[in-house]
Write a protein that binds this ligand. Structure first.
Ligand code: SF4
Length: 164
């Protein structure tokens, strides 16, 4: 599997304080004006084995006695190429740290994900483990840099238990 990066103390990509952030590699959406086009190529980023990534994330989440939250960005974490290991990772993180908040950015809308999840167990598991979902493709004509955690006004911040 390939990722674009990992940041073990991130104070930007969360509305829940310090987090561990993982950037997935590969995105099928190719939004015009995307701020992160280097994550589009499924052969880009770097190779990492799942066990190593999981250990790094689990250790970083509790480093120095401070519990962090987990943010998953992209690329597209929930496309077919990344879904298997992402759903496994966030599920195993939730088992290790039931109280942490998982925030995930996706180019799919919640409605698209709910439709896709009807025939996809991995996606169903992922949706059960995500606490905060930022959904929707980046739309350049709706770009608004003042928005919390989002790049364009069509994107939404959705909370599990409230919105899905
Ligand atoms: S979904 Fe995100 S990473 Fe993918 S092209 Fe759109 S803005 Fe870029």
């Amino acid at each position: 599997m390939r990722i674009a990066g990992i940041m073990k103390n991130d104070i930007v990509n969360s509305n829940n304080g310090v987090c561990v952030s993982v950037w997935t590699q590969g995105c099928p959406h190719r939004c015009k004006g995307c701020h992160n086009p280097e994550t589009w190529n499924f052969d880009g980023g770097y190779d990492i084995d799942y066990k190593s990534l999981k250990e790094q994330v689990i250790n970083a989440l509790g480093a120095n006695g401070i519990q962090r939250n987990l943010s998953i960005l992209g690329g597209e974490p929930l496309c077919e190429e990344n879904l298997f290991w992402i759903s496994k990772l966030i599920h195993e993180v939730k088992v290790a740290y039931p109280d942490i908040k998982v925030t995930l950015w996706t180019g799919y809308t919640l409605e698209e994900l709910q439709e896709l999840s009807k025939n996809n167990v991995k996606l169903t598991i992922a949706l059960l483990c995500i606490d905060i979902l930022i959904d929707g493709r980046f739309e350049e004509d709706k770009k608004d840099l003042s928005l919390e955690l989002r790049g364009s006004s069509n994107q939404r911040i959705l909370y599990r238990g409230v919105d899905f």
